[in-house]
Ligand binder design. Structure first.
Ligand code: GDP
Ligand code: MN
Length: 400
């Protein structure tokens, strides 16, 4: 789960990381009130779940009340790369002497947190990594040992940090790491981490991603969830207890078991298609779960065809077929479905589907054949010249 900057900063703040004083605001009046309380100059910052706000004009310095009012009015409602600004963070302005970059990220391949530090902060760190990878110091932290002073010294030395701030920066890095562990984060990124003119180190930005699977242990963090910023399909799936990940393509995918769904995604990609989602209906999928899943898949307007890939074990193929038939009664899909049923009660499943004679449902016997078919059907449905007749011509066409 991604946090807004100010939520991330507050989380860091309660873990002892130095942050500027600030207040959230969701109206111009509230922003001006907050600025008056904090004292000028202040910085007015758009709160959206996307970076690059500075470049987009979503971070503005206000020297007085008038400027605070003007900037707050301009930023509220602003569109920053598809994200509308509904909230502001008003913060005491800092006097910046240097902008650094620091992050702690979970490195799965190393099975350990990875700490990064660079003196080239403030800008796009991906650019720095591409142009001059040596400018970013990297160090894995053994989770059993935890963050030690020598980690901090090594990072500061490798990154070439000014000697007079090594102690304060080391202490800040230590707190970032402790926050990362205590809050069960997947990423804490501070860009920029600044050195002020008074040689203090402060986190000036915060990007925090928490482990969604650990939120039940952190009810306060779980309450920070911002449903309006979530993808509508993912939110709908979550409410229905389905394991769904939006992928952005045009072929809806449903399978039972994460491994099968992932290999289905691969096979669809291999057949030249682009999956719209990952959806694991789980073992022992019952008809109502299938109905819920079909509704979620079809609520994505990009979906042009759907592939059901079911390997019956505990899941019974006849149950899945019943679910699909029921779903067709509820949602009346306008896109083609390709269904591959294999394993427990597959024959009965296929018989039920044949009897139901659902419009635009194609039964395939192999995974590869099903993938090729669904890619073909999505293309027919998606072409710019697609019309009713070309669609049905495509559907009736014999398989090559
Ligand atoms: P991002 O563009 O979304 O990453 O937003 P940031 O919070 O990183 O802000 C972008 C830039 O605004 C920073 O790199 C700073 O250069 C500048 N900035 C932010 N806060 C202050 C501040 O208090 N004082 C000054 N002088 N500049 C600031
Ligand atoms: Mn930033």
């Amino acid at each position: 789960m991604d946090l807004l900057e100010y939520q991330g900063k507050q989380l860091l703040g309660r873990n002892g990381v130095p942050i500027p004083a600030g207040r959230p605001a969701d109206s111009v009046e509230a922003a001006v009130g907050a600025a008056d309380e904090l004292g000028y100059p202040v910085v007015i910052k758009a709160q959206v779940l996307i970076g690059g706000r500075g470049k987009a004009g979503g971070v503005q310095l206000a020297a007085d009340r008038n400027e605070a009012q003007t900037h707050a009015a301009a930023i509220l409602g602003m569109d920053i790369r598809g994200h509308t600004v509904h909230e502001l963070w008003v913060e005491q302005a800092s006097k910046i002497a240097a902008e650094l970059y620091a992050s702690i990220v979970f490195d799965r391949s190393a099975r350990a947190p990875l700490a990064l530090l660079s003196t080239r902060g403030g800008m796009d760190i991906e650019e720095v990594a591409a142009e001059d990878p040596g400018a970013i110091a990297r160090l894995h932290v053994d989770p059993l040992i935890g963050f030690q002073d020598f980690h901090a010294r090594r990072l500061c030395f490798d990154a070439g940090v000014d000697a007079d701030v090594v102690r304060a920066l080391g202490s800040l890095l230590h707190k970032l790491y402790d926050a990362f562990i205590a809050e069960e984060a997947m990423l804490i990124e501070v860009n920029p981490l600044i050195v002020t003119e008074d040689r203090e180190v402060i986190a000036l930005d915060a990007k925090v991603t928490l482990d969604g699977n650990a939120l039940f242990r952190h009810p306060d963090n779980a309450a920070l969830r911002n449903p309006s910023a979530e993808d509508p399909q993912e939110r709908m799936a979550k409410e229905r207890g389905l394991i769904y990940v939006k992928l952005g393509g045009d072929i809806g995918i449903l399978g039972n078991g994460a491994g099968l769904v992932m290999s289905t995604l691969d096979v669809v990609a291999q057949a030249g298609g682009s999956p719209a989602n990952f959806l694991d209906a789980g073992g022992g999928s019952k008809a109502d779960a299938i109905v819920a899943a079909v509704e979620v898949i079809l609520s994505d307007p990009n979906v042009r065809a759907v592939l059901f890939n079911i390997f019956g074990g505990i899941t019974r193929c006849d149950e899945v077929a019943r679910g699909l038939i029921e779903a067709f009664g509820v949602v009346e899909p306008t896109v083609a479905f390709v269904v591959r049923l294999d394993g427990t009660n597959d024959e009965e499943g296929r018989r039920l589907l044949a009897e139901a004679n659902l419009p635009n449902v194609h039964v395939e016997s192999t995974m590869l054949g099903a993938a090729a078919r669904v890619v073909e059907l999505a293309a027919v449905n998606g072409g710019p010249e697609a019309t009713r007749s070309s669609q049905s011509a495509g559907l009736e066409a014999p398989r090559s």
